[in-house]
Design a protein. Structure first.
Length: 189
């Protein structure tokens, strides 16, 4: 089938909050976190800026470009803002209000695939796919689990984002703590 996700593909990730109104994963402004490149939030459009909402899926386990992405695979997500917006990364603790809802870490991008061991590595889990052959496909709903310290938490929206953003992004101990904030739908870029 033509809609299997392959390593090297470029995608947009739409958040499920509010019946898929949570926005698209996006780089937005410089991050003040140590070793970070850009802040990460969601935006109303997957193309808020040139490449800000476009992510390239790369294997973090040595799988070749063009190989199918299977549910449970370990991936790096490279942002394509300016050709190299950095790699999706956990960096620093979540905000106090976010922590009250189970949040663990702040999310930004880093120039390095792994700024520290596991910070840039994500396990991608599809909720389901058709056919049920373990492959991940565009249109699937996925959860992204960070491997920092073997338990970096699930990617989610939590709280208000920056001026040009929609919602802030962090990781959480719970895979979907409320209103589908941890659900991400894959769209081909």
């Amino acid at each position: 089938m033509a809609n299997e996700l392959k390593f090297g593909d470029r995608i947009h990730l739409q958040n499920g909050y509010g019946n898929w109104a949570g926005g698209y994963l996006d780089t937005n402004g410089h991050s003040s976190d140590a070793g970070a490149k850009y802040a990460v939030s969601t935006a109303d459009s997957p193309t808020r800026g040139d490449g800000t909402g476009t992510w390239q899926v790369l294997s973090a386990a040595g799988k070749a470009a063009g190989a199918n992405v299977v549910s449970g695979d370990l991936v790096f997500l490279k942002n394509l803002y300016g050709g190299d917006g950095g790699y999706l990364d956990t960096n620093g603790v979540a905000g106090a209000d976010q922590k009250n809802a189970g949040a663990k870490y702040n999310v930004s991008t880093s120039k390095d695939q792994d700024r520290a061991p596991g910070t840039g590595r994500w396990r991608i889990f599809a909720q389901a796919s058709t056919p049920g052959d373990q492959n991940v496909r565009t249109g699937d709903v996925v959860h992204l689990f960070n491997t920092y310290g073997d338990n970096g938490g699930f990617l989610e929206t939590n709280g208000t984002g920056p001026a040009a953003g929609k919602y802030d992004v962090c990781t959480n101990a719970y895979y979907n703590r409320s209103s589908n904030v941890g659900d991400w739908k894959l769209h081909r870029a």
